[in-house]
Design a protein around this ligand. Structure first.
Ligand code: UDP
Length: 494
């Protein structure tokens, strides 16, 4: 291939849920455009990313210096997956101090390549990179691995903290009426506890979100057709383009696994699935870092068993235990549970990490019980798998709202990691979705329609470009036209 023109710099926040969609975007740009891609991160994250790249990849992984002890973080803590929840904000704040090093890095790249990068694509937590891009005359975009709808709710909540000013448990968002009513149980802990002076509010209200207006726009890993309302919010709010370019996803092979030990190989998992009837399996997983409480785990196990359905469940030690410690089925699950499901070949317990994309794309999988992180949602919807939602944190509650109220592909089972849940309710929801009920059939047919929307959005054929393909083209056209304009201005000055 001819030498790649132009350089695109990508800079995700140091968390697996952020790095995964950035890596997917880097690979997508590498495959679909003739641009060089530079992916920036701290040394340990870069080291972990390296094996996720295909052997012949031209993506340039570049380290930005970072020493966790400078920020009161434990040694080698460079990713949220090595931190207890209360210290995540320290890593978020440490990000801001990368400003001088990031500027230097862009200047060095400019010197090496004789041209500044065509654009900087940065994380939703790195709003500050927009000022640097402006200073250096580089086109800038934020890339959201979240849905437009979820991020709109999240943005509005942090800007306004509306729940602080109402007596009731339900309220609306002052600048996003389309989200209708929000319930306090849909607020992540950090937002619920925010009093205006806490570090998360200060970070978002003073240091991060106000910087977004300096950006040239936002890229979303989503599809216009089913996420229009959230995208409109940002177009209206920031007066900037919102480019929906998704779904951009990683294959199982490329999943950046954050050093997590896979509990089962893809081959074994697929072999097991091959023995199951079409559309018969429930897949249960709560993302890359969540686990549930011991009592929830017990009820879930009882519910799965009582439902009589075939299932794959990704298990981790419950809340309060080291996630990397041994899983004690005898203590945390009903007596004899593991032996019974193994004996009957009805269930597969996978420890810690499963080949999710392979599972969701298998024809025997019928339904996904998920925390509704946006990557999981996109992976599920791309394969037409309806969802039973159990949101746990961040904007997941609003993803469920979008999926249930707007798209009709999801029913919500529970909210949060501390809610009480009864196995009878779990059985009821599983039967509602997996059996031939009116609701279940409706969800399956809506899920098929969403698959078509996704296929259309990604279509790139002679004479027809889907809206996600067009959006990425529009984004690069905007970056190139800024490049031309800057060049013209420089020529005039010279
Ligand atoms: N994932 C996986 N195996 C697991 C758990 C998670 O491959 O056992 C992947 C999943 O396919 C998705 C990502 O990890 O791509 C999780 O991202 P998501 O946005 O759903 O949730 P988060 O982990 O950020 O909460």
């Amino acid at each position: 291939m001819a030498e790649r023109e132009e350089n695109i710099v990508l800079f995700p926040f140091m968390a697996q849920g952020h790095i995964i969609p950035f890596l997917a975007l880097a690979l997508h740009i590498e495959q679909s455009k003739n641009y060089a891609v530079t992916l920036v991160n701290t040394p340990l994250n870069i080291k972990k990313l390296r094996p996720s790249l295909p052997p012949n990849s031209s993506i340039n992984l570049v380290e930005i210096p970072f020493s966790s002890s400078d920020y009161g973080l434990p040694p080698k803590a460079e990713n949220t997956d090595t931190l207890p929840y209360h210290q995540v904000i320290q890593l978020v704040e440490a990000g801001i101090s990368l400003k001088p090093s990031f500027k230097k890095l862009i200047e060095n790249l400019t010197e090496q390549q004789g041209n500044p990068p065509l654009c900087i694509i940065a994380d939703i937590f790195f709003g500050w990179t927009a000022s640097i891009a402006k200073e250096l005359n580089v086109f800038h975009a934020i890339f959201s691995g979240n849905s437009g709808f979820g991020l709109a709710c999240y943005y509005s909540l942090w800007i306004h903290l509306p729940h602080r000013y109402v007596d009731s448990d339900e309220f609306s968002l002052p600048d996003f009426a389309e989200a209708s009513s929000i319930h306090v149980s849909q607020l992540a802990k950090t937002i619920k506890e925010a009093d205006g002076t806490d570090p998360w509010t200060i970070f978002h209200q003073k240091k991060n979100l106000p910087e977004w207006v300096k950006s040239d726009g936002i890229l979303f890993n989503t599809v216009e057709e089913f996420d229009h309302v959230g995208l409109l919010y940002f177009r209206r709010k920031l007066g900037r383009p919102a480019w929906p370019i998704g779904p951009v996803l990683l294959s199982t092979k490329r999943q950046a696994r954050a050093g997590k030990e896979g509990g089962i190989s893809s081959e074994l998992c697929l072999e097991w699935l091959n023995t199951k009837p079409l559309n018969s399996v429930l897949y249960v997983s709560f993302g890359s870092m969540n686990t549930i409480s011991a009592s929830q785990m017990m009820q879930l196990a009882m519910g799965l068993e009582a439902s009589g359905k075939i299932f794959i469940w990704v298990v981790r030690p419950p809340i309060g235990f080291d996630l990397n410690s041994e899983f004690k089925a005898n203590e945390w699950l009903p007596e004899g549970f593991e032996e019974r499901i193994k004996g009957s070949k009805r269930g597969l317990l996978v420890h810690n990490w499963a080949p999710q994309v392979d599972i969701l794309s298998h024809k025997s999988v019928s339904t996904f019980l998920s925390h509704c992180g946006w990557n999981s949602v996109l992976e599920s919807l791309s394969h037409g798998v309806p969802i039973i939602g159990w949101p746990m944190a961040a904007e997941q509650f609003f993803n469920v709202k979008l999926l249930e109220e707007e798209l009709g592909v999801c029913v919500e089972l529970a909210r949060g990691k501390s809610c009480e849940i009864r196995h009878e309710d779990i059985v009821e929801k599983i039967e509602l979705v997996m059996n031939e009920t009116k609701k279940g059939n409706e969800m399956r047919s809506r899920a098929c329609e969403v698959v078509e929307m996704i296929k259309n959005a990604k279509k790139d054929e002679e004479g027809f470009k889907g809206c996600s393909v067009k959006a990425l083209d529009d984004f690069f056209s905007a970056a190139l036209s800024m490049r031309k304009k800057t060049k013209k201005e420089q020529d005039i000055v010279a």
